[in-house]
Ligand binder design. Structure first.
Ligand SMILES: [Zn+2]
Length: 72
């Protein structure tokens, strides 16, 4: 089962999917009148985007599976 995991790579630090190459990118600064509210809004947005992403659409780069180009 897929999980949201905190990752740190040379390219990014943040929340990503354990099963694919999806990573959470906030669309803007967190909204809210105080830190608690900002945190809640941030987490809600994160959960929503995570829940709605489709793993098949975010192939993992380090899967080692190259896109085979068949004769066309
Ligand atoms: Zn995924």
């Amino acid at each position: 089962m897929r999980q949201m995991t905190w990752i740190t790579t040379p390219h990014m630090v943040g929340w990503a999917c354990s099963d694919c190459g999806w990573a959470f990118k906030p669309s803007g600064p967190p909204r809210g009148s105080d830190l608690d509210e900002m945190k809640q809004n941030f987490e809600r947005q994160r959960e929503k985007e995570y829940a709605s992403h489709v793993c098949a659409e975010y192939p993992k780069a380090k899967n080692g599976r190259e896109a085979s180009k068949g004769p066309r």
